[in-house]
Ligand binder design. Structure first.
Ligand code: GDP
Ligand code: MG
Length: 142
């Protein structure tokens, strides 16, 4: 199985709940390595650009407003099958539909305040990792 990288964001609701460490434990427990990380407060422009694929969706304004409502913790994860593995750990977008034991089932309240972001495919993972960690290959630790 391929070693992949994926982009993860711990969203403002989960940062406010003080569960960064618990979420990191789940990455580590699943064999995903944090190879770059940055805590920041996204501007409207950054959040809008990051979620540009959703710009025509009815929830876009709410999404940008939520993602800029507080600090976020952004990380690149690396490991076998990292993209799908992270999506599995996260659970379904709507926490009410997320399987028991997933991050969203355990820490999220609603479809908009849903604790985490994770890239959904190799193409988006590459774009998203580069968006927040340009020049990543030069400092990724192994
Ligand atoms: P994800 O890949 O599981 O995060 O889901 P999507 O890529 O489909 O949507 C991106 C993000 O937009 C989700 O994580 C939610 O925070 C938000 N979102 C998606 N659908 C809705 C919705 O119907 N209403 C609201 N308010 N937010 C939504
Ligand atoms: Mg998505």
């Amino acid at each position: 199985m391929a070693i992949e990288r994926t982009l993860s964001i711990i969203k403002p609701d989960a940062v406010k709940k003080n569960v960064i460490g618990q979420i990191y434990s789940r990455f580590e427990g699943a064999g995903l390595k944090v190879i770059a990380a940055r805590m920041t407060w996204l501007s409207e422009q950054e959040a809008g650009q990051f979620y540009a694929v959703h710009k025509d969706r009815p929830f876009f304004k709410d999404l940008v407003s939520f993602m800029t409502s507080g600090p976020v913790m952004i990380q690149a994860l690396e490991g076998e099958n990292a993209i799908a593995k992270n999506r599995e750990l996260m659970g379904a977008t709507d926490p009410k539909k997320a399987e028991k034991g997933t991050i969203r089932a355990d820490f999220a309240e609603s479809i908009d305040a849903n604790a985490v972001h994770g890239s959904d495919a190799p193409e988006t993972a590459a774009v998203e990792v580069a968006f927040f960690f340009p020049g990543m290959n030069t400092y990724a630790g192994r």
